[in-house]
Design a binder for this molecule. Structure first.
Ligand SMILES: Cc1cc2nc3c(=O)[nH]c(=O)nc-3n(C[C@H](O)[C@H](O)[C@H](O)COP(=O)(O)OP(=O)(O)OC[C@H]3O[C@@H](n4cnc5c(N)ncnc54)[C@H](O)[C@@H]3O)c2cc1C
Length: 293
């Protein structure tokens, strides 16, 4: 199929993009890398009156060290984020997750902002940004506002950005030195969307107790799932097999999967538990070794 008729508009600045969105009365769609939007247009699952293309805005493509955080422009290509030495050193969970996001060709075109705004609960970007407590900077006719990751994901393919707004940047707090990270994903083929993926980060204190735990799950609900109870269960404890087993069960309990054509809910819940255990099992030896060194 071909897209329904629409107008193509190319924004010349952030303010111009907002003007174009306002002029279309909420019926326009922003075009970033087009990796999700173009298939949706072609299948006529999206029928906007206009596309507002951000492709001519180099000011939205950057990776900037801002001290305790790294700010990433919304139009920064996913592959650029994945291969950034600054991000690799300061936020290792982010590139670890992006390696699973589609194929390199898709990551060469797709943008971090596009994935964050698209808010696919099976996508890696939403879940990893939820795990890292990212902040989303949005511009619109009412000025700029910043939204915390906990308030960003409203439902299936639904984020906090309003139809007359655009996401301009994502601020990602740096991870503490010595934090161990792992991603465990199950997909039918490499590059496919995850059936389930678990994103984890752990840090030990000098006494060997878990000082910080972060765990999120993709593909197990209408939004990325933050496993708060599992994180609390781990924090302040001495790592061990029983604790990991209990935390992995708590991760599965936090999920809210539904039945769909790809898998029944119970399968996804069980997978969440298995992948959470594997994720924690992978992280712990690496941080215990670095703490002992
Ligand atoms: C074959 C294939 C496999 C894929 N596999 C995966 C996968 O395994 N995991 C995964 O997570 N993704 C996967 N994707 C999706 C891909 O990663 C996303 O499409 C892409 O990252 C979305 O970013 P984009 O820049 O292409 O956004 P677009 O497709 O241009 O836009 C997506 C949506 O976000 C909105 N939007 C974009 N930018 C902004 C902005 N700045 N402000 C407000 N709204 C905005 C658009 O209006 C649109 O609704 C796959 C895609 C393909 C084609």
């Amino acid at each position: 199929m071909k897209p329904a008729p629409l107008h193509y508009r190319r924004a010349g600045s952030i303010d111009h993009a907002v003007e174009l969105l306002v002029a279309e009365d909420g019926d326009a769609k922003i075009l970033a890398g087009g990796q999700s939007l173009v298939p949706l247009l072609s299948m006529r699952l999206a029928q906007p009156t206009a596309l507002v293309d951000l492709g001519g805005l180099p000011e939205l493509s950057y990776i900037r060290d801002t001290g305790d955080s790294v700010e990433i422009g919304a139009m920064t290509r996913t592959r650029e984020v994945e291969t950034s030495p600054l991000i690799g050193q300061a936020i290792p969970l982010l590139p670890a997750a992006l390696r699973y996001s589609g194929h390199v060709t898709i990551r060469n075109r797709g943008t971090l902002g596009g994935s964050a705004a698209h808010a696919d609960p099976a996508g890696e970007v939403p879940s990893v940004l939820r795990a890292l407590d990212a902040q989303f900077v949005v511009a619109g006719p009412r000025g700029q506002r910043t939204v915390a990751a906990a308030d960003w994901f409203h439902g299936f393919l639904l984020s906090a950005v309003e139809p007359d707004e655009l996401l301009v940047a994502i601020q990602v707090p740096k991870q503490q030195p010595g934090t161990g990270v792992a991603v465990e994903e199950f997909a039918r083929r490499h590059g496919d969307f995850a059936l389930v993926a678990v994103f984890g980060a752990l840090r030990l204190d000098p006494a060997g107790l878990i000082a910080e735990a972060r765990l999120t799950v993709a593909g197990a609900g209408s939004v990325p799932i933050r496993a708060d109870a599992a994180e609390q269960m781990l924090t302040g404890q001495t790592p061990g097999a029983e604790l990991i087993h209990a935390a992995a069960s708590a991760v599965a309990e936090a999920t809210e999967p539904g039945d769909d054509i790809h898998a029944p809910a119970e399968y996804r819940r069980t997978l969440s538990q298995v992948l959470a255990r594997r994720c924690l099992d992978r992280i712990l030896p690496s941080i215990e070794r670095s703490a002992a060194a």
